[in-house]
Ligand binder design. Structure first.
Ligand code: 5GP
Length: 216
């Protein structure tokens, strides 16, 4: 019996858009999905578990992994390395499991080049104010860090159009249903990009205005 290979799902989006929550809900509700736990050199935040949220590595360990070709993709983000383990992704896909990558845009572009069949999705908030609200609501970041994330969002907004689908994460359940639907039948993904691309431009402009006001 041959097993149909699992799909490779890339989920990117601005910091604070709710990627983690959406992915957790998708996996709770549907069998047959696995999350790709990345390697990173960033510090371990309180509550994070090594091997569950990330594999926390030293720079030396990470660089050795790069040399040995362990990563399907890797990128440097905010001064830290992040990378996806190639073997894990391949093994799960061979077992027929759909694998989800929560990765930033540089890494996503590498995966799209190497795996043209990847289902790439970019999550955006309904509007700029919601993003600011979600970032400030976490209560874990300084104003400077929030500014950094908003600036990052402005830069990343230029890449959204390279993804097959752009999804507005307004109601979590809707977003989960949309992602699940795309995995079952990816043929409608481009329509989501066309429909939501204008909204990315509005959010980018609004974020720039907020940044120019200097509150963050
Ligand atoms: P955080 O440090 O907040 O957990 O993640 C920062 C960024 O790194 C997020 O945009 C997240 O999607 C991204 N990221 C996490 N793991 C990987 C990875 O393996 N590769 C790449 N390229 N980005 C990752």
């Amino acid at each position: 019996m041959t097993i149909e290979r699992g799909k490779l799902i890339i989920i990117s989006g601005f910091s604070g858009v709710g990627k983690g929550t959406v992915i957790a809900r998708l996996m709770e509700e549907h069998k047959g999905f696995a999350f790709s736990v990345s390697g990173t050199t960033r510090y371990q935040r309180p509550g994070e578990i090594d091997g569950v949220h990330y594999f926390f590595l030293s720079r030396e360990e990470f660089e050795q992994g790069i040399r040995e070709g362990k990563f399907l993709e890797h990128a440097e983000y905010n001064g830290n390395y992040y990378g996806t383990f190639a073997d894990y992704v391949d093994q799960r896909r061979d077992e027929g499991i759909h694998i989800i990558l929560d990765i930033e845009v540089q890494g996503a572009m590498q995966v799209m080049r190497r795996c043209p069949d990847a289902l790439s999705m970019f999550l955006i908030p309904p509007d700029a104010a919601t993003l600011v609200h979600r970032l400030t609501g976490r209560g874990t970041e300084t104003r400077e860090q929030i500014r950094g994330r908003l600036e990052q969002a402005v830069r990343e907004s230029a890449e959204a159009e390279k993804y097959r689908a752009i999804l507005v994460n307004d109601q979590i359940q809707n977003t989960v249903n949309e992602i699940y639907g795309m995995v079952q039948d990816p043929s409608g993904m481009e329509a989501y990009r066309r429909e939501n691309l204008p909204r990315v431009a509005v959010i980018r402009d609004d974020l720039e205005k907020i940044l120019n006001l200097g509150e963050y």
